[in-house]
Design a protein around this ligand. Sequence first.
Ligand SMILES: Nc1ncnc2c1ncn2[C@@H]1O[C@H](COP(=O)(O)OP(=O)(O)OP(=O)(O)O)[C@@H](O)[C@H]1O
Ligand SMILES: [Mg+2]
Length: 362
Amino acid sequence: MNRENLPEFYANVIDSVGDGVIVIDRNGCVVLMNPVAEEISGVSRRTSSGQPFSYIFKADEELVAMAQKSSDTGMSISDHENIVLRRGTRSIPLSVTASPLLLADGVRAGTIVLLRDLTNIRELEEAVRKADRLSALGTLAAGLAHEIKNPLGGIRGAAQLLEMELAADDELRECTQVVLKEVQRVNRIVEELLDLSAPRALDLKGVNLHKILAHIVFLQQQATDGQRIVFHRNLDPSLPPVRGDEGKLTQLFLNLIKNGVEAAGEGGSVEISSRIVSEYSLSQRGERPSRMVAIEVADSGTGISTEVMERLFTPFYTTKERGTGLGLAICQKIVAEHNGMIRVESQPGRGALFTVLLPLTQ
Ligand SMILES: Nc1ncnc2c1ncn2[C@@H]1O[C@H](COP(=O)(O)OP(=O)(O)OP(=O)(O)O)[C@@H](O)[C@H]1O
Ligand SMILES: [Mg+2]
């Protein structure tokens, strides 16, 4: 049995199913694979036909074990949680069902494996979880920020008055300077918070990302003067302008590069790369993958532990003495406003890699 000798109608039915369908014969060899299964597994039906299922999926032990178990017991087995295929750098979470293929007389002719790609569902779940966290905290924070702004204005005014009263060489001027500087700091935090919870409309135009990145690197080089931090740039010169809000995109990459610099520390390095990618996980099945710009910020710091990773985009979560913990929450918001995505990869001890994906056409 293979696709060629199925009546055309049934072959079309199987090819049109939105899930991956793989049929395995009694000897454990693949006899049929529909296009979605080809896409998920990264193997064409021509190469897979007649090959042992366990060979085609040799890297995916759990999947092979499921098919084997269904074949041994004659039972239908499902797993909607634990199966993840790894294809190069991609991980594809799957929902899998393995069922016996029964002929009309009840004789078992093999096993049918159904694969559903959960990538989009998992990403949506994660986005909802983060949005929930943000909105609860955001409401509270916005209220607080409003309350803080007024007394803050009073403190600043009073400190400025006090300063005017003091003689030019009065030692107390140092104190008024501290008050004014710290007021400015609190004010910045409050502004960021308000921005996070009550977004302003985007000012969209064609933005040259390389210009923004060069500017940020220049400023960071000045700010870290004295520390030996090396900046590498690996930019694709053919990168077209991206439609976005220049101010917000500057803030986004400044926050990421600043984090990279802070993580890299004395003697470390930060690498900024740009390239054009085709993003499969964002496209609907059957559509062409969308073209996106990927900007990566990688640092040579100590990386991010699993505990920190879990809380990374939560407002106010910081491990730094003088940090606000708002940097990444703001980044995430800006990326979402531009219909993009932000990803983090890190192996503890080997630095962190933040990737921002922005759509080329909006
Ligand atoms: N490149 C990185 N390497 C290692 N840890 C990081 C990196 N970027 C962020 N983190 C961790 O995530 C936390 C939150 O980062 P975020 O930018 O939101 O706030 P912050 O940097 O602590 O404060 P602020 O941005 O206000 O200066 C950091 O305190 C740090 O623990
Ligand atoms: Mg930061």
